[in-house]
Design a protein around this ligand. Structure first.
Ligand code: UT7
Length: 360
């Protein structure tokens, strides 16, 4: 098989235009800008407008990423959306994105691992590209968590925000791309952070709505304790799997859940502040969307350049955690056609054999 790696050739994000500040929350619940800022680092977050949902945010982010990658939707053979707040239980939000983009040749499905969803989606797309069953993948993290918030519960409603980020991940002959991705879970800790009702275990009913069981509930302190250790453990594992150390990393892009968590992770991994990307002050915790939004902003702000090595780390409900190391590309592959990289992935054994004969 040709030595294809999976590289990011396009990136983009979208945050809804409505900005809700900490001061706005002071009018809703017993909280203060001072408490939210010092305990979380959050100053404001974006909330979707009526008529917007996870898919509409995802579609806008996806279009920017495709544009940057110079890729047509028809060339996609895979769309994976990571989300804990999909449009529907089913169909998958990825299918809504597929249809809206006109990605007629793409398979599409959702991945749900709460805030670890984007790294999970990236790991799957990377594996499919390495395995030869996909060439051009759109990997999205998108959330509309504002629809799952109890605006009378100050311990959760001030924390989360809406948004979407996307990357185009595609096969490349160059020796760059996703170098490692590790995923972990401990389902025994699922009660720490969940939406209890609306699934098959506790279907939505008048009672569940009256009791607010369809909202996010979290034991924040317990989640906090697990967050730092799990992110550090995953980060170290991903570094080792990639055969690199923290010194080889140009930028740490952690899940943006709490500035104190990010600072603690950075300290423990010996990353100076200039090697850590933080944008939680503007978006709050956007769960699956936080890493692709951060990656996109980092690239737009000139904090990420082609050839830089990035470390991603996340944790979240489930309990789930994971990390990935990749060499950042962030620009279109200029000579896809010459390299035999145009078109969809091998779908049959004959196709696969044909691919083996591709120039390396
Ligand atoms: O993506 C994964 C999702 N989750 C997370 O990452 C969350 C991880 N956890 C955290 O970020 C933090 O635990 C929180 C930000 C949620 C809470 O911070 P904390 O420093 O752990 O505060 P706490 O829960 O220990 O609460 C301290 C006090 C409590 O009052 P009492 O019992 O000491 O009187 C809370 O009731 O702060 C109170 N409190 C608030 N006060 C003002 C909780 N929320 C608020 C609020 N405004 N919004």
């Amino acid at each position: 098989m040709a030595n294809h790696n999976a590289v990011v050739t396009g990136y983009g994000f979208h945050a809804p235009s409505r900005i809700v500040t900490n001061r706005d929350f002071e009018k809703m619940v017993d909280t203060s800008d001072e408490w939210i800022t010092t305990r979380t680092g959050i100053k404001e977050r974006h909330f979707a407008a009526d008529g917007e949902s996870t898919s509409t945010l995802a579609i806008r982010a996806a279009k920017v990423a495709l544009e940057r990658a110079h890729m047509r939707p028809a060339d996609l053979d895979l769309i994976v959306v990571g989300s804990a707040s999909p449009d529907y239980l089913f169909p998958a939000t990825a299918c809504i994105v597929q249809s809206a983009l006109g990605a007629e040749h793409a398979g599409a499905f959702d991945v749900e691992a709460a805030c670890t969803s984007f790294i999970s989606a990236l790991a799957i797309a990377n594996g499919m590209i390495l395995g030869g069953t996909a060439r051009n993948a759109l990997v999205i993290g998108a959330e509309t968590l504002s629809r799952l918030l109890d605006f009378t519960d100050r311990t959760t409603c001030v924390l989360f925000g809406d948004g979407a980020g996307a990357v185009v991940l595609e096969a490349s002959n160059a020796s760059v791309g996703v170098e490692s991705a590790v995923l972990h879970a401990d389902g025994s800790k699922g009660e720490l952070l969940l939406v209890r009702a609306g699934g098959t275990r506790m279907p939505a009913s008048k009672e569940t709505v009256e009791q607010g069981q369809h909202f996010i509930r979290m034991q924040g302190g317990e989640v906090f304790k697990l967050a730092v250790k799990s992110m550090c453990d995953a980060a170290e594992e991903a570094l080792a799997a990639a055969g690199v150390t923290g010194d080889d990393i140009d930028l740490l892009v952690p899940h943006q859940a709490n500035l104190r968590i990010i600072d603690a992770v950075a300290r423990r991994l010996h990353f100076p502040p200039e090697k850590v990307f933080v944008n939680i002050q503007h978006y709050g915790n956007t769960s699956a969307a936080s890493i692709p939004i951060a990656l996109s902003e980092a690239a737009e702000q000139g904090r990420l350049h082609k050839g830089d090595r990035v470390l991603l780390a996340a944790f979240g409900g489930g309990f789930t955690w994971g990390a990935a190391v990749m060499e950042w590309w962030g620009v279109p592959i200029p000579d896809r056609r010459e390299k035999g990289l145009v078109g969809r992935a091998a779908r049959t054994v004959d196709d696969l054999l044909e691919r083996v004969r591709l120039p390396g």
